[in-house]
Structures are given as structure tokens and as C-alpha cells.
Design a binder for this molecule. Structure first.
Ligand SMILES: Nc1nc2c(c(=O)[nH]1)N[C@H]1C(S)=C(S)[C@@H](COP(=O)(O)O)O[C@H]1N2
Ligand SMILES: [Mo]
Length: 425
């Protein structure tokens, strides 16, 4: 809806009414009008900005400025919705984000096999916990909310999210990760309520939309920090994020963060499900090791598709994270990795959460390849693609794509005309 323009006369009339009220109803100590000199009010009116009419939507839930048009986009060349109304992986516009939290409306969204979004009634939804427990239980949403809650910042990242030479923008290359504040009850609290049996070593989590989506995870992750989350950024989860309840498995690859959670079964051996086929290695230890996302970062400004208007000072900024602890340090290179500078971290890095970094840079107008790398709490350094190729024993080419959980360094190239493009090509 186009915003209504309020005439200057109308505005002055309202202002005058407010001024009048302020003058007659004394004392008003906390009213802006009461403290605004008449001359100042006239100046506001002179600016002639159109006004946004107050309608029911603006009052009830708010709307963003129509000047802000940042959008999520489908990825991997699969349209969402497709011809059948299914949704696939949708990437968040990281290039437009500030700070470390994605607005819930812009959080990336992924369904493993393409799906409609379940529309679950929270009044009837339940979570069953059974298997190797003393007291199997079925929890309603109301039951879950009677347990002590936690609110924590965590990122989720799809394993398909990675630097590749083909991506044009940071939304295409890294838009399948987002960070939010999640509220819920620790899974450990629920498992203690049910009583874990001694031989409990794994748990299988299953979403409501299809049994094929189940994932198997180690029980020590359940007991350490896994959240049965019903809140996101201060409000209930959105349907695309798993309303009314999902798992948050901090630092584990996205697929394990089971949405529309309806069943947790405690078991004593790894169970291979549709979701797990890429993760089951020869031993359980190797399988467990590949759950976590390594130290990672990406520069969101300047990034692909953007343009520096002129030489001079800019803040190179981006996001850093690790699936294995908090970020300890981020380093920036503006000479294709020859020299590194310590970036400023904006706020205290949280475990398994995004942190924003910044580095002031005076662009000399020349061609530059800019990089960022994360060093995490346990001292791991984000690798280059060349380093990963070497570890895997394959010859490096620009087309090299590391296997799943690709946390390699992304590069952006700044041309003399200020245009920014993918630097991996
Ligand atoms: N039940 C269920 N849970 C799911 C999925 C799914 O398709 N069904 N997709 C997974 C995948 S692949 C990812 S990357 C994350 C994405 O979480 P988000 O959509 O909230 O960003 O959810 C995971 N949880
Ligand atoms: Mo995913």
C-alpha cells in the first residue's frame, strides 16, 4: 500500500493542537511536544516528508520501510516455490545485514527434500521421548514451557553453504547460514526428566512432516547444549523455522537442527536415516567428528556485486563463526593472503554463534583481493581451498570444491573501477 501523504496544513494543525494541549494541560514533563519550541516544529513541517498512515498492520506487527527491499532468494538453481508449490533452500541477504542477528523474516530456510511447510496447531502438537529411558513421556507445548528455559545465540548453517568460484554474491555463496536468539528448554533437562538408561549412546530426532527426515546424533551432544526451542528472536518460531518446536544443535551441520520436532528416540547404536547417508563414516568416532562445522568467516562488505564508489576509507566487515566454540580472532588480508591484520570483533563472541568483525581500510584505487579467516576458541585456523586440497591429496584447480562442511576461505576481488567480484575464479 502506498503511504498516505499528510498535507503540511494538516500536520501544522495537529502540531498546533498538540502544542495547545501542552500549553493548557500542565504540567507535562515527558511529552516531546511540550519541550519542542514552536519554531522547531515548523522546521519539521518544512521538510515535507510524506507520512506513513497508521493502519491496523502498522499498529499490530509493524512493517519495514518500503525503501528497504532486501529479499531472500532460492539457491542451487532450484526455484522456490516450484511448479508444485514446494520450497527448497532459500538464502538470506547477508550483504544487507547489520550486526550478528538475522531478522526472523530473513533467516535462511531449508527443507531437505523440498516440502510444503507444516502448519501445526501448537495446542495439539506433542513431543514424544522414548527408547532407552526409564519413563517415556509425551510433552505438550504447555508442558515444555513449564521447564526452566534458556535463551542463547546460535547460528545454523546448511552443509551446502560454501565458497565456490561460481557464486556472484555473498548471498549466493554464504546465504545458507543465519544467527538468531533461540529460546527453549535444554534437551538434557527433558532427558533427565525421563531418566536416561546406562546404555543410551545415540538419539534419533524426527520432524513432523516426514519420517525420512530423522537424524541420529550422539547422546553427549544432547546432554551438553542441545535446545528444544520454541522461541526465536523474542517471538514464537516461524513456520519455516519449525513452529511450534525444533532442535537447535549448536555448531552441528544444519540438517541436524530438526524442525517440527515430534519424536526423540534414545538408542544404543547409530541409526542410518535418509538424512545421515552422507555422514556415516566407517567408525562412529569419524561420523561424530563430521557433525561440526569448522572455523569459518566471510566478508559481507565489500562483496560480490557491490561497488566502491571512490578510493579512500572503508570498513571491511563480515561475519565469523565456528561450530566448535566461540571465535577467538578474525584476520583480514587485502593482498590475497600475503599479509594479515587483526580485525575488530563487534561484541563478545558467543559459542557457536556468528560475530561481526570490522577492519578499517584505505583503498588506494588499485586491484586487490580481500580475504578473511577465523581462528576459533580451540585454536583452529580457517583453511584455504589449496590447503584442503593438499590434505585430501587432490590437485588444486579453481573448480576444486571441498566435500561437505566446506569452511574454506572466500575471496573477493576489487577491480580498479571499484567493482567487486568473486575472487576464487
Ligand atoms: N523436519 C525437518 N527438519 C529440518 C529440515 C527438514 O527438511 N525437515 N531441514 C534441515 C536442513 S537441511 C537445514 S540446513 C536446517 C535449516 O534450518 P532453517 O530452515 O531454520 O534455516 O533445518 C534442518 N531441519
Ligand atoms: Mo541443509
Amino acid at each position: 500500500m502506498a503511504p498516505k501523504r499528510t498535507s503540511r496544513r494538516e500536520l501544522l494543525k495537529r502540531g498546533a493542537a498538540a502544542m495547545g494541549a501542552a500549553a493548557t494541560v500542565a504540567p507535562i514533563t515527558n511529552s516531546a511536544f511540550a519541550q519542542t519550541p514552536a519554531g522547531k516544529l515548523a522546521t519539521y513541517a518544512e521538510n515535507e516528508a510524506p507520512m506513513i498512515a497508521t493502519d491496523d498492520d502498522l499498529v499490530a506487527y509493524g512493517t519495514r520501510s518500503h525503501y528497504v527491499t532486501s529479499k531472500r532468494i532460492p539457491t542451487n538453481g532450484r526455484p522456490s516455490p516450484d511448479d508444485f508449490g514446494l520450497g527448497f533452500h532459500i538464502a538470506t541477504p547477508l550483504q544487507d545485514s547489520y550486526g550478528t542477528i538475522q531478522a526472523s523474516s530473513l533467516h535462511y530456510a531449508a527443507t531437505t527434500k523440498g516440502a510444503f511447510t507444516p502448519d501445526i496447531d501448537p495446542a495439539t502438537h506433542t513431543l514424544m521421548i522414548n527408547g532407552l529411558v526409564d519413563k517415556p513421556r509425551v510433552f505438550t507445548m504447555a508442558d515444555l514451557k513449564r521447564f526452566p528455559s534458556v535463551s542463547r545465540f546460535h547460528f545454523i548453517e546448511c552443509s551446502g553453504n560454501s565458497a565456490s568460484a561460481a557464486n556472484r554474491t555473498v548471498q549466493e555463496s554464504h546465504g545458507l547460514t543465519s544467527n538468531a536468539e533461540w529460546t527453549g528448554v535444554l534437551l538434557s533437562t527433558l532427558l533427565k526428566e525421563c531418566g536416561l538408561k546406562k546404555n543410551a549412546t545415540w538419539f534419533v530426532a524426527e520432524g513432523a512432516e516426514e519420517i525420512k527426515g530423522a537424524s541420529t546424533m550422539p547422546i553427549n551432544k544432547a546432554m551438553r547444549d542441545t535446545i528444544v526451542a520454541y522461541g526465536m528472536n523474542g517471538e514464537p518460531l516461524r513456520p519455516q523455522q519449525g513452529f511450534p518446536v525444533r532442535l537447535i544443535v549448536p555448531g552441528f551441520e544444519g540438517i541436524f537442527n530438526t524442525k517440527w520436532l515430534r519424536h526423540i528416540k534414545v538408542v544404543d547404536q547409530y541409526q542410518l536415516n535418509m538424512n545421515d547417508y552422507g555422514h556415516l563414516q566407517r567408525t562412529e568416532i569419524a561420523a561424530a567428528m563430521i557433525f561440526e562445522i569448522g572455523p569459518k568467516s566471510v566478508i559481507t562488505f565489500p562483496s560480490g556485486g557491490q561497488k566502491l564508489p571512490e578510493r579512500g576509507w572503508y570498513e571491511i566487515t563480515g561475519l565469523a563463526w565456528s561450530g566448535q566454540g566461540a571465535v577467538r580472532k578474525v584476520e583480514i588480508s587485502t593482498d590475497n593472503g600475503k599479509t594479515w591484520h587483526v580485525a575488530q570483533l563487534k561484541g563478545t563472541p558467543q559459542p557457536m554463534a556468528h560475530v561481526r568483525f570490522g577492519y578499517m581500510w584505505n583503498w588506494d584505487g588499485g586491484e586487490h583481493v580481500i580475504l578473511s579467516r577465523t581462528i576459533d576458541a580451540i585454536g583452529q585456523v580457517q583453511p584455504t581451498r589449496e590447503e584442503v586440497a593438499k590434505i585430501l591429496g587432490v590437485a588444486y584447480t579453481p573448480q576444486f570444491r571441498p566435500p561437505q562442511n566446506n569452511n574454506t576461505i572466500m575471496k573477493w576481488k576489487i577491480a580498479r573501477d571499484g567493482n567487486v567480484t568473486n575472487g576464487l575464479a
